[in-house]
Every structure is written in structure tokens, then in C-alpha cells.
Design a protein around this ligand. Structure first.
Ligand code: AMP
Ligand code: ZN
Ligand code: ZN
Length: 418
């Protein structure tokens, strides 16, 4: 080939190569950017003080702990896990409760209804696994709310149908296998989820031995996780975020709100019970129901949907019912049918209350190369975790309600503007 022609050919070849690399969204696994997100459901901000937790303590000593993680309202499992995943408030994620009715579709969402849980149409926004997968990073979810559904036509590379009975260690083994698999499927972002602490809190109350033992089991799982990750040389290079979705508070027989004594339940079309009870009155009954609740307002607050305080970030979604009643901390809203069973089941605890209550705060620990060591920081809202993970993974977040500024106090190096 003549010299000039050869040079033109070489330049063209280089342009094609550079273009190919630039356009190819399939990144190679980067061993310096790995994030593991672990959730222990219902792990209250102060639970580490209840018992000996050597493994959590060593994570705290070598990492950073927040004095609390502030949940979104209502402080329930599904809204919170999905807000953590998307960085969106409930009115923007569509997850306004664990149980919801969608008036446009005339359909219900319930967390034990597998068809609904696996139906992507309920899940708004962009979960972190989609954000990362779109930017060429493989993800794996060993359970997370939303990860069993096709959202935006996508799923994590690895995901599992929720199985509460799957042993804790087996979940860890699976995730580590995903993170160490050689080849194109190597996962650089993974999640783990455990419901044990939440379940024991509900059933036996926050001061029970059962909760203490569940905290100790969680601690042993952290020990196992560290040992297995060290064995695979993952520990030192992985940023690990250990958190929970909300806190927990004891209920009692002297803190009851009998809804059927305040309003005529026959005037309602739907009542979605809970510390935040959502009520849809029958046509023409809204004013009666609201006025009855307003005039008896004691140990709870009642709002028409449109007057819900802005700080709840809830009212701008069609799945919120017309009237919302928020019990004071520890109070239980119920009717005659449930009262005896409820009292017989005491001591027990719950969550779902106002997210500005300290008792509703969750715990948060982060450990790894990106995080400060031995630091304590003030509580912050869980909607910022999505931005934090994007920062750790060097990806571009989708539009969301959080900000990296709110969590940069956790980081070793202050991030500069993206
Ligand atoms: P809550 O009623 O808010 O306390 O919800 C906690 C329950 O959510 C736990 O008992 C879990 O078993 C359940 N849960 C968590 N993740 C999932 C999931 N992906 N699919 C179905 N149930 C789940
Ligand atoms: Zn929960
Ligand atoms: Zn719970």
C-alpha cells in the first residue's frame, strides 16, 4: 500500500476502533467499583445497643454510621425499599403504601399478591439496577422490592423470586458467586435482603428476646459475609451499604383508636388500615366522614388528601385515597372485628407512622474504600441512597428527588460536580 493510502487507512481504522469502544455500553467488570447494598428489614436505628454485635461493631469501627436513616412516609416496607432503589418520594415512585388501590386501573396491589408484585406497571421511576445496567454494569438482586418485575422493559442480570424461607447464608453465597463469576456476567452491584428482624419485632415487640436473637442472627450473617468476601478478595474493594427501611414501635391495648366508633364504616368504599389509614368514602359521603374524623381528632391527625403536608411527598398520586388518618406514635387504628385478636396478640410492634418520629428511623452503616473510617454522621433521608450508589459506581443517575450533597459527609473524598 502506498504510504499516504496506508496512513489514511490506519487513521480510519483507529477512528472505527475508538468509536466502537465509545459506543459499546458493555463495560468490563471493574474490580475497584463494586457496591453491595444490604437491607435488614425493620432494624431500628438503636437496635445495635440491644445486644452484642461484634460484626456490626467492626463494620462501624472501620466505616461510617449515621445516627439514623429517615424513611419516606408512610414508613412501610415497600414504599421505602422502592424509594431507596429509585431516589423518589412515594408520590413520584407510585409506591404510596404496601397495599394500594389504583382508581385508573381499578386494580389492587398487595405485597402477598405475586401477580401484582411481579407486574412492572406498578413501579414508577428508574430503579438503581436499571440505571447501572443501562450504563453497562451488571447487577444482581438477592431480593429487593421491585426487582422481580420487568420495569422499563428491563431486569437485573441476576434476580430471584422472593423466598422468605431461603437461608441467610445461601443468599450470601449466591451473591458472592455472582460477584466473582468470571466472564461477561460478573456483577458489580448486588443487593441482599432479610426480613427476620422485622418479623420478630411485629410479633413479639421491640424489647423481646426474639428481637434480640434476630439482631444476633443478623450480626452473625455480617460475620459470614465478611469471611466469605475476604476469602474471595472482595472485602477490601467493595463498598458495602448496610441499612434498613424503617424503625419499629411497641403497640398497646390502651392506645387504640376505634374507627367504627368515629365514622360509619358503611359510608366508606375502601379502608386501607395501618398507622397511616387511607379512607375512600362512598360518593357524597366525603364531607360527613371527614367532619366526623376532624371533630373526634384525638391521638391521630386527619387530612383531606389535598391538604396533606408537603413534607410527606404523598398527595400528588392517584393511589392515595381521599382521606388520610395518621395515628400518633404507638396508637393502633382498628375496628371491633379486629380488637380482640389484636389484644390477644400483644406484645407486638409496628411501623408506618409519621416519618419525622425518631422511632421510625432505620439504621445505616457504610464501609469500604469510598467511605470515611470511624465516623458518625447525622441522620439523613433514604431517598439520597440512589445518588450515593451512582456516585460509587461512577454512573449518571436518572432524574430523582435525592442529592449527593446530602450524603457526601459519608465519603472519604469530597466529590466535585459531575
Ligand atoms: P411490612 O408489612 O411493611 O412489615 O412488610 C414486611 C414484609 O415484606 C416482610 O415480612 C417480607 O416477607 C415482605 N417482603 C419483603 N420483600 C418482599 C418481596 N420482594 N416480595 C414479597 N414480600 C416481600
Ligand atoms: Zn420493612
Ligand atoms: Zn414490618
Amino acid at each position: 500500500m502506498p504510504f499516504m493510502k496506508r496512513r489514511v487507512f490506519t487513521i480510519l481504522f483507529l477512528i472505527v476502533c475508538v468509536g466502537f469502544i465509545g459506543c459499546n455500553s458493555q463495560q468490563q467488570s471493574d474490580p475497584t467499583k463494586k457496591t453491595l447494598l444490604v437491607s435488614f428489614d425493620g432494624f431500628k436505628y438503636n437496635y445495635l445497643q440491644k445486644t452484642d454485635t461484634p460484626h456490626f461493631d467492626s463494620l462501624v469501627a472501620g466505616g461510617v454510621q449515621a445516627e439514623g436513616l429517615i424513611p419516606v412516609f408512610p414508613s412501610k416496607t415497600f414504599p421505602n425499599h422502592y424509594s431507596i432503589a429509585t431516589g423518589l418520594y412515594p408520590e413520584n415512585s407510585g409506591f404510596v403504601n404496601n397495599t394500594m388501590y389504583d382508581p385508573k386501573w381499578d386494580e389492587w396491589y398487595r405485597i402477598r399478591d405475586r401477580e401484582a408484585v411481579e407486574d412492572g406497571k406498578w413501579y414508577g421511576g428508574e430503579p438503581i439496577w436499571n440505571t447501572l445496567e443501562k450504563q453497562g454494569i451488571k447487577t444482581g438482586t438477592m431480593f429487593w422490592v421491585g426487582s422481580e418485575a420487568d420495569i422499563q422493559g428491563m431486569r437485573p442480570t441476576h434476580w430471584k423470586t422472593y423466598d422468605d424461607d431461603m437461608p441467610g447464608k445461601a443468599r450470601i453465597d449466591t451473591v458472592i458467586k455472582w460477584m466473582t463469576d468470571s466472564g461477561e456476567q460478573t456483577v458489580d452491584f448486588a443487593t441482599l435482603y432479610y426480613s427476620d428482624v422485622d418479623t420478630k419485632g411485629h410479633r413479639y415487640g421491640t424489647d423481646s428476646d426474639s428481637v434480640r436473637h434476630a439482631i444476633e442472627r443478623a450480626d452473625r450473617l455480617m460475620g459470614y459475609l465478611k469471611k466469605q468476601m475476604k476469602g474471595e478478595s472482595l472485602w477490601d474493594k467493595t463498598n458495602i451499604i448496610v441499612l434498613s427501611d424503617h424503625g419499629m414501635v411497641n403497640q398497646s391495648a390502651d392506645k387504640l383508636i376505634r374507627l367504627d366508633n368515629i365514622i360509619d364504616l358503611d359510608d366508606t368504599k375502601r379502608v386501607i388500615w395501618g398507622p397511616a389509614t387511607m379512607i375512600q368514602p362512598k360518593k357524597g359521603k366525603k364531607e360527613d366522614v371527614y367532619q366526623a374524623l376532624k371533630s373526634a381528632e384525638e391521638n391521630y391527625r386527619v387530612y383531606e388528601k389535598k391538604e396533606l403536608p408537603e413534607r410527606y411527598h404523598l398527595k400528588n398520586h392517584r393511589r392515595v385515597e381521599d382521606i388520610v388518618m395518621i395515628a400518633d406514635l404507638g396508637y393502633t387504628i382498628l375496628d371491633e372485628d379486629y380488637q380482640d385478636d389484636f389484644i390477644a396478640s400483644l406484645p407486638r410492634a409496628t411501623h408506618g407512622y409519621d416519618n419525622n418520629q425518631k422511632a421510625m428511623q432505620a439504621f445505616f452503616i457504610a464501609h469500604g474504600p469510598a467511605f470515611k473510617k470511624g465516623a458518625k454522621v447525622d441522620p439523613f433521608q433514604n431517598i439520597h441512597v440512589y445518588e450515593l450508589i451512582n456516585h460509587l459506581m461512577e454512573t449518571k443517575p436518572a432524574s430523582n428527588d435525592g442529592s449527593l450533597d446530602s450524603v457526601k459527609v459519608l465519603l472519604n473524598e469530597i466529590p466535585t460536580d459531575r
